[in-house]
Design a protein around this ligand. Structure first.
Ligand code: GLP
Length: 261
């Protein structure tokens, strides 16, 4: 796991955007795994800027989002499909037909999960998967104790996750309590993983993910198994790491070719 600590979330997001842009420049038909939540918003703004000012071309890119709430159609303002359209897709030259988000209102959700896996395979697999981290260590909507080999499935959201995300819904009671999410195994199949976690609320989850035991109680710790996982933190989310100085040392002694672009 490559751990990169930056002074602020702003700087971390700019670095994250540069990494994704370099994947797209090297492979114009790249398959991107995308995430929602507050964390990647600044990164998406930077990708939009790069598209407008530097001609970053998304016309041949395919995307797969991590997850979607069960019961919310794509026009619902709290759906992740809507989030992606508003915060990224409608601002760049991506072909909407190449953007995939699980269908939270599919009649047969199990069939939707199988089909999502198949569509990822048909696209040639995910080149880089962007991830945030839940306060309880979840990735996608894979909550604690979920299988570390899981494939796209239907998960019951934990009370903590519901409370963390309830602000945007206005009320805890009316929130969907289930989601369709890529499994941890699906995420680990991506050729590269890029996780961002910022702010003091993520300290414990970051600590467990990076330095704790590999354990389903912290799904993010599964990234310890990934051959190419990069974690970008800010000073506040990295505050609990015992080996922070080691990560800084490694970061400052990389050859140029080892440096994350
Ligand atoms: C949500 C999403 C995750 C996201 C996480 C953190 O529930 N399903 O994909 O990474 O929680 O959210 P935030 O970035 O808003 O802290």
């Amino acid at each position: 796991m490559e751990v990169i600590i930056r002074d602020s979330a702003e700087i971390g997001c700019i670095l994250g955007a540069k990494i994704i842009a370099s994947v797209v420049r090297e492979k114009p038909d790249a398959v991107l795994g995308l995430a929602t939540g507050r964390t990647p918003l600044r990164l998406y703004q930077e990708l939009i800027r790069m598209h407008r000012e530097e001609g970053l071309d998304f016309s041949r890119v395919t995307t797969f989002n991590l997850d979607e709430y069960v019961g919310l159609g794509g026009d619902h303002v709290q759906s992740y499909r809507y989030f992606m359209r508003e915060n990224l897709f409608r601002h760049i030259n991506i072909d909407q037909k190449r953007t995939h988000v699980p269908d939270g209102v599919a009649k047969d959700l199990h069939a939707e999960c199988r089909s999502y896996e198949q569509r990822i395979l048909d696209a040639g697999g995910i080149d880089i998967q962007l991830l945030g981290l839940g306060r309880n260590g979840h990735i996608g909507f894979n909550e604690p104790t979920g299988s570390l080999r899981s494939r796209t499935w239907i998960k019951i959201l934990s009370e903590q996750t519901l409370r963390d995300n309830s602000a945007v819904f206005g009320s805890f009671e009316t929130m969907p309590k289930h989601a369709v999410t890529m499994g941890v195994g699906t995420i680990l199949d991506a050729r590269r993983c890029l996780l961002l976690a910022f702010g003091p609320a993520k300290v414990r989850a970051v600590e467990h993910m990076v330095e704790g035991p590999l354990s389903a109680i912290c799904p993010g710790s599964a990234l310890q198994l990934h051959p190419r996982a990069t974690v970008i933190l800010d000073e506040t989310s990295a505050a609990g790491l015992r080996y922070a100085d080691h990560y800084r040392w490694i970061d400052s002694h990389k050859f140029d070719w080892q440096r994350t672009k």
